[in-house]
Design a binder for this molecule. Structure first.
Ligand code: BGC
Length: 775
């Protein structure tokens, strides 16, 4: 009797679950368009809402609603809710390309992506059209590999040259950062897939990135650190923004309503959704993985307008449900955040049931990567026109980096490519390399890499492969090569990446003793017989150059130029491509000259809890100019194989009303075709506000100008361009007085000047008085 009772109870239970499921399958509202969102959200259970607002975890173990097999190696997902027709969507990393796994279990097929030059290299092209082209190419790969939203571009400011992720970022200047990011966003999103601009904001170091408190003045925030994001949001409306890990003036950015709602949405008009960085808002990864019971402040994050918690933990899910049930969090806030996400889900290829091919145009994209790489390279030195080299030049190629060429930095910004063209290969196919030396380097590098101590730490995503010591060179080995070749080329490499900052030490910011000796001995030997030497810098961030640059004749800064590295470097060395890159970040004479040297990475060199941005707005060239410190290579600097003349600078008015139009003629006065980066700086009157000597207010790149060809470049100056941020008034203020426009080939090579007047002080825009430092 009792058993029959039990059985019928079980049957009843099974039956009611069945009914419930049927009901779920038959949800009345379906996600179809923007108008349907309100109905869908109104019908959703609290648990369903939270399942979207909190990601399915690192391994995606609780992933619901993926309509296909997914994309291995993608960084994360947003859950779907199938009964409302909401698909799960796929998010994958960048910014140097699309980061997914290149191989998959159960298939021989490969899924390689193209590695483009790192962001710093792209910025050095100063070519926003090219940046858009990169975006377009990456967007095609994103779409064809079944990814919906790219977790890039990244545009934190190069506050300090030692920041481990600088290679992922564009510049020390917010205008370049913002314009480059906007161009990339537009290029990617033209494909119908999304982007995420990151890390919002002030993630300018890796040391203690999860919790360090960046203390920044309101003015520095508005003019330097927020400005690039403002430009990117206003110019390109990315689908999403990733809040950063760090604290800002006391609170986590992911829990900061002033930042994520008042500034981002109300002031700038952002229309997409905000996600955390992975585990953003947790004090340390230890509390997630080892202690397991801790949780970020989900209530504050949701209230702040951080719509999505990534990659999501079960604790966060529970905490959100509890917070609503206990009345600590108004469910309406969840609804608002959810709607922000759903609006973007509607745009995704997965929602539109796009049938991706897994066959992007890798060949075409490799060509784009190569072209962009050449345009981002900066010719730092070219004594007696040592470059370009003749195609029949016999080269002695020195340095381990010829074999271990670096396409891009490590961490989530790394791309799984089919290959990287080494400098040795690129040069070998384009010039005559000394084959004995080449073979000796190949053997040396592979032998050392075979040793246990030089292998990559097995389980660490963040740790670098240890650099192997430079191959020792015997005197007679050098002299034999010098005798057989016309020129010496020395490769210096550096790598860095997510999870760690670089160090002002030998082997990192400084050259090692072996590298110094290699430069000295190789140069002496070539110079002794009247031959020259060129250094190729295959680096992701700024290094010290002042101590060795006089010893060599040419220096080509190739940055980390992506998978076509060796070919692109050969293009520039041979003159097939005329270098037209310029520095978007300063090379100082000495690390001690760096404006943030005294307080980077914060109040403790190893374990900082706080970092005070004492230099305020004086970041990069703004500092070197103001305090009259001579850099090794200034912001905006870069040579060409040709020369350019600047003439005919004209303003359409000498009195500022609401706009001034500036035109200038650029003429190629040399013998070969080339492109010129034209930089527009402004010196503004500083009556009430202290100001930098000059600030970049516009830039343009000419087309490929043939010898004697001229192009007129134009810029527009609007009121906001004149203004500085006045903390007392919480407003952008353009001060009355005389303004000097400077058009130049670098920040210290101003070719033409013109003046105009603003008759009265102008409050260009009043904003909210927010984000005040508390200490
Ligand atoms: C990085 C982000 C990245 C995310 C997902 C984080 O560690 O800071 O830039 O998008 O991981 O991989």
């Amino acid at each position: 009797m009792f058993n029959i009772f039990k059985i019928s109870l079980v049957l009843l239970l099974v039956f009611s679950i069945f009914i419930l499921n049927e009901e779920r399958a038959l949800a009345e509202a379906q996600l179809t368009d923007e108008e349907s969102i309100d109905r869908v959200v109104a019908e959703m259970s609290l648990e369903e809402k939270v399942s979207i607002l909190v990601g399915p975890g690192m391994s995606g173990e609780s992933l619901v609603g993926l309509t296909d097999a997914g994309v291995p190696g993608a960084a994360g997902n947003i859950n779907g809710v199938p009964r409302f027709g909401i698909p799960a969507i796929v998010l994958a990393d960048g910014p140097a390309g699309l980061r997914i796994n290149s191989t998959r279990e159960g298939t021989e097929e490969t899924f390689y992506a193209t590695a483009f030059p790192v962001a710093t290299a792209i910025a050095s092209s100063w070519n926003t059209d090219l940046a858009k082209e990169v975006g377009d190419a990456v967007g095609e790969e994103i779409k064809e590999y079944g990814v919906d939203i790219w977790l890039a571009p990244a545009l934190n400011i190069h506050r300090n040259p030692l920041t481990g992720r600088n290679f992922e970022y564009y510049s020390e200047d917010p205008l370049i950062s913002g314009k480059m990011a906007a161009a990339v966003v537009n290029g990617v999103e033209d494909n119908g897939v999304g982007t995420t601009i990151k890390h919002f904001v002030a993630n300018n170091q890796e040391t203690n990135r999860l919790s360090v408190d960046a203390i920044i003045s309101q003015r520095a925030l508005r003019e330097i650190y927020l400005r690039g994001f403002e430009i990117a949001v206003k110019d390109a409306q990315p689908w999403s923004v990733m809040s950063s890990y760090n604290r800002l003036n006391g609170s986590y950015t992911s829990a900061n309503q002033e930042l994520l709602t008042t500034i981002l949405r109300d002031e700038w008009g952002f229309k997409g959704f905000v996600m955390t960085d992975w585990f953003g808002g947790y004090e340390s990864l230890k509390v997630i993985f080892e202690e397991g019971n801790s949780v970020s402040d989900v209530v504050a994050q949701m209230q702040a307008g951080n719509d999505l918690l990534m990659p999501g933990t079960p604790n966060q899910t529970q905490a959100l449900i509890d917070a609503v049930k206990s009345g600590k969090l108004d469910e309406k806030i969840l609804d608002k955040n959810l709607k922000n996400i759903l609006k973007m889900v509607l745009q995704t290829p997965r929602f539109k049931e796009y049938r991706y091919s897994n066959k992007p145009k890798l060949k075409t994209n490799a060509e784009i990567s190569r072209q962009v790489a050449t345009e981002g390279m900066v010719l730092l030195k070219n004594k007696q026109k040592v470059l370009p080299l003749n195609s029949d030049a016999k080269i002695g190629l020195f340095g381990n980096g010829q074999i271990e060429t670096i396409k891009g930095g490590t961490g989530s910004g790394d791309v799984n490519t089919a290959y990287t063209i080494s400098i040795a290969k690129g040069l070998d196919e384009n010039f005559e390399l000394d084959q004995d030396l080449l073979a000796r380097y190949a053997t040396y590098v592979s032998t050392l890499r075979g040793l246990k101590e030089y292998q990559k730490p097995p389980h660490s995503f963040f740790e670098q492969k240890p650099q192997i010591p430079e191959k020792p060179l015997r005197d007679n080995e050098i002299s034999a090569v010098v005798e057989k070749t016309d020129i010496g080329v020395i490769v210096i490499v550096r790598n860095s990446g997510e999870g760690g900052d670089r160090k002002n030490e030998k082997g990192d910011f400084l050259l090692t003793d072996e590298e110094q000796k290699m430069i000295e001995r190789v140069s002496n030997a070539y110079h002794k017989v009247g031959k020259q030497v060129v250094v190729v810098l295959n680096i992701g961030g700024v290094i010290e150059v002042a101590s060795w640059r006089d010893k060599v004749d040419g220096i080509l800064l190739s940055w980390q130029p992506g998978q076509e590295a060796g070919y692109a470097i050969a293009d520039v060395l041979s003159g097939r491509a005329n270098p037209s890159g310029k520095l978007a970040t300063t090379f100082p004479m000495d690390y001690g000259d760096v404006p943030s040297a005294a307080n980077f990475p914060g109040d403790d060199p190893v374990d900082p809890s706080k970092v005070v941005y004492e230099e305020g707005i004086y970041v990069g060239y703004r500092y070197y100019d103001k305090f009259d410190i001579k850099p090794a290579y200034e912001f905006g600097y870069g040579l060409s194989y040709t020369s350019f003349e600047y003439s005919n600078l004209k303003l359409n008015s000498n009195i500022f009303k609401d706009k001034i139009r500036v035109t200038v003629d650029i003429t190629n006065t040399g013998k070969v075709a080339g492109k010129e980066v034209v930089e527009l700086y402004l010196n503004a009157p500083a009556n009430k506000l202290d100001k930098p000597i000059q600030e970049l207010k516009g830039f343009a790149k000419t087309k490929l100008l043939q010898p004697a060809e001229t192009q007129t470049i134009s810029f527009e100056i609007d009121a906001r361009t004149l203004a500085s941020f006045d903390e007392n008034k919480s407003a952008w203020l353009a001060e009355a007085g005389k303004y000097e426009l400077r058009v130049g080939a670098s920040s210290r090579d101003i070719r033409r000047r013109a003046f105009f007047k603003l008759k009265k002080d102008l409050i260009v825009e009043e904003v909210n008085d927010l984000l005040e430092p508390t200490n």
